[in-house]
Design a binder for this molecule. Structure first.
Ligand code: IVH
Length: 679
């Protein structure tokens, strides 16, 4: 070896060691030590040396992470030890039966306090992988396949950032097969699907399908772009190393070698410990960064595992305890179009009712015509309905091969299904609208519902159903008619399912709602594109409604949070004489709000920062928290993105907290949040 080659080899070794260390810090421990740019610089240097001296490139080089030449086909791999599946339990009885079977075989008296110890783990919803390390170096990765023979996906596995390309630490076995689950995090799944939607491409049905499709890509560069992750949960073949005596210690050892582990794994005792774990993880399910479909219990002691052995293709010493399904198949009975407050037509699938994600679902939005075309949903189709966490149910995809002959593509109606006015397609947008405006019953109803809603005028007792009834009975036409309802109590009482007391309560709520705030009033008007946050900005800027009514587009654009689209919507709204009349009538009816003090720039200490508030706070409501932030000039938005400055997290936060963690956004708990706004 020449002197220069020796030097280069040393440099390669140094760069490899550095990159592996920082990659582990970042992807496994979630504790980066250097900025991304520094990592990229080291990475590029290694790439360049390897390009100039291919003979020096190693198979566990970190540059393998970006993928290489596409394969023509996958070769097959026979698993030396078959990759088995797991038995399932679905309820308390089946859990007890499982425990009893285990206890009986181990001759343990159920009544004794000799509780069997299990490791309890989330059941990750991805696909199984086998990773073979020879003398600590990753040499082969394979899918489960039929359990005996899988596909060799080594190149793709190398692109998964938290899979170590070689093991670290001491006591490295001569041969080690690690098994685990490859999955796509919810945040990556959302990101990929959003990108696909923007490009008009097909979206993935769920993170599991996305992970499976990505791991089985012949082009490893595509696999690399999918940002998959992996957690390990078992060991297959081992040579040249004596494994510890329990499953939990094996996992610990894998962690010491740098293998990624799921942080929710626990050791529990007895059937009670299993049940408690199941309930706890069930509560955390929505907030976890990845999909799970249950939990897995494994007898912890390997000797006991051996004693128990296997039945058919599953171990007797383990079982999956499944959560209620988040996906089900059902039939589309009809596709109808709903007309919203702004006239937007939304296609909705009317479904054969199906129990999914803990509720019975009989309708699912199809969002817009682009979505209908992309998914090609038709009446009569069998579809997969997905309801994950608190997300609204959606048609994930059509079940292929089940379409009935003679089915037809869905078409956008030419006339509004409610008022018969022309439907117009917005330029460049996916949205189609009824052109009927206030002539359209549906738009009027939706406008009134919005006006009455909790975050707008907060008219207690005036729910959606009652609005429909009142409009249908011609007791109200527009929002300003609400405040003359007090002269129509008899007519209200005459309506179906309406008692005198409810009518009186409604009148009282209406009276009460007259004392409001300017931001609420502006929001309640239902100006297109003016949500709560924009309404608050407008109120703060103008201090009264008159100023806003006369504002020009130029003045509006200069306000925080107002862009050209909002500015033009606001000006259009106030240029319509009937809108001015409605506002005047409302004010004449007695709607009022306390004066707004216009804030000085020096009071807006949080201006330029953007916040998301999620979960339940103990000292105030979420809306109050938002208001406090807005008062200090902060922007409050609904979803977490890389532009979010802070996420305020209360009790039982949803997926937003997980997303913030994923994106590395600063999280404030309630205490930190209070300190922050009082600063
Ligand atoms: S253990 C012999 N642990 O579930 C036991 N499997 O239904 C082998 N899975 O193919 C599996 N999370 O892909 C185990 N914590 C976990 C798991 C898990 C997900 C998957 C795995 C397996 C399937 C069996």
């Amino acid at each position: 070896m020449s002197n220069q080659q020796k030097k280069l080899s040393e440099r390669i070794e140094y760069l490899t060691q550095q990159l592996n260390h920082h990659s582990h810090q970042y992807y496994v421990l979630d504790a980066p030590e250097i900025p991304d740019a520094e990592y990229d610089r080291l990475f590029r240097e290694l790439q360049q040396i390897e390009a100039e001296h291919p003979e020096l490139k190693k198979i566990d080089s970190p540059t393998q992470r970006v993928g290489g030449e596409p394969l023509a086909a996958f070769s097959q791999v026979k698993h030396r030890i078959p990759m088995l599946s797991l038995g399932n339990v679905f309820d308390e009885q089946e859990l007890q039966d499982f425990y009893k079977r285990v206890a009986d075989r181990l001759k343990i008296d159920m009544q004794s306090d000799q509780a069997i110890e299990f490791t309890a783990e989330p059941k990750l919803d991805g696909l199984a992988i086998s990773l073979v390390y020879e003398k600590g170096i990753l040499v082969q990765a394979a899918t489960r396949g039929d359990g005996n023979v899988g596909e060799k996906v080594t190149e793709n596995a190398r692109t998964i950032r938290n899979i170590p390309l070689h093991l670290s630490g001491t006591d490295i076995p001569d041969l080690l097969e690690v098994r685990g689950e490859v999955f796509m995090s919810k945040a990556v799944f959302e990101k990929l699907n959003n990108k696909a939607r923007e490009k008009g491409e097909k979206t993935f049905v769920n993170p599991r399908n996305a992970a499976a499709g990505s791991l089985r890509q012949l082009d490893s560069k595509i696999a690399a772009s999918r940002e998959l992750s992996m957690y390990c949960y078992a060991v297959g073949v081992v040579e040249g190393y004596q494994l510890p005596a329990t499953h939990s210690e094996i996992l610990e050892k894998l962690g010491q070698w740098g293998m990624p582990l799921c942080s929710e794994v626990e050791v529990v005792k007895g059937v009670d410990g299993c049940r408690q774990y199941y309930e706890k993880i069930g509560q955390q399910r929505d907030a976890l960064a990845y999909d799970i479909d249950g939990v897995v219990y494994k007898v912890n002691d390997l000797k006991l595992q051996q004693q128990l052995g296997f039945v058919a293709r599953a171990p007797r010493w383990a079982t999956a305890h499944k959560f209620p399904a988040q996906e089900e198949i059902t039939c589309v009975n009809a596709i109808e179009f709903q007309v919203g407050r702004t006239g937007a037509l939304t296609p909705v699938a009317r479904l054969q009712p199906v129990f999914v994600g803990g509720v019975t679902v009989s309708n699912a939005t199809l969002h817009n015509m682009d979505e209908v075309r992309r998914k090609d949903v038709r009446v009569g189709d069998q579809v997969i309905i997905r309801r994950a966490g608190d997300v609204i149910p959606e048609v994930a995809s059509v079940v292929p091969g089940k379409r009935k002959a003679g089915s037809v593509e869905v078409e956008l109606p030419k006339a509004c299904p409610v008022c018969g006015s022309d439907v117009v397609q917005e330029e460049g947008g996916a949205v189609a609208r009824c052109s009927g405006g206030l002539y359209c019953h549906a738009q009027r109803k939706e406008g009134i519902k919005h006006f009455a809603s909790r975050r707008a005028m907060d008219i207690d007792g005036l729910g959606d159903k009652l609005v429909e009834q009142l409009v249908d009975a011609r007791l109200i036409d527009h929002i300003d008619d609400l405040y003359s309802l007090k002269d129509k109590v008899e007519e209200i009482v005459a309506m179906e399912r309406m008692a005198k007391k409810s009518a009186e309560n409604l009148i009282e709520s209406l009276e009460k709602s007259k004392r409001t705030t300017l931001p609420r009033f502006i929001f309640a008007l239902g100006i297109r594109e003016v949500g709560e946050v924009t309404a608050a900005s407008l109120a703060n800027h103008f201090g009264d409604i008159q100023g806003l009514m006369q504002a020009s587009e130029e003045e509006l654009i200069n306000i925080d949070d107002v862009g050209p689209v909002v500015a033009s919507r606001v000006v259009t709204f106030f240029s319509q004489q009937h809108n001015i009349e409605v506002i005047n009538k409302l004010i004449e009816a007695g709607i009022s709000w306390p004066p707004i003090e216009i804030k000085q720039a020096s009071e807006l200490t949080l201006s330029g920062l953007s916040f998301v508030v999620t979960g339940t706070l103990s000292s105030m409501s979420r809306n109050d928290a938002k208001q406090r932030l807005i008062d200090k000039g902060a922007k409050v938005v609904g979803s977490v993105s890389k532009n979010t400055s802070y996420v305020v997290v209360g009790e039982n936060p949803g997926s937003k907290a997980a997303k913030a963690e994923q994106l590395g956004i600063d999280i404030l708990d309630e205490e930190a949040f209070l300190a922050f706004i009082n600063k």
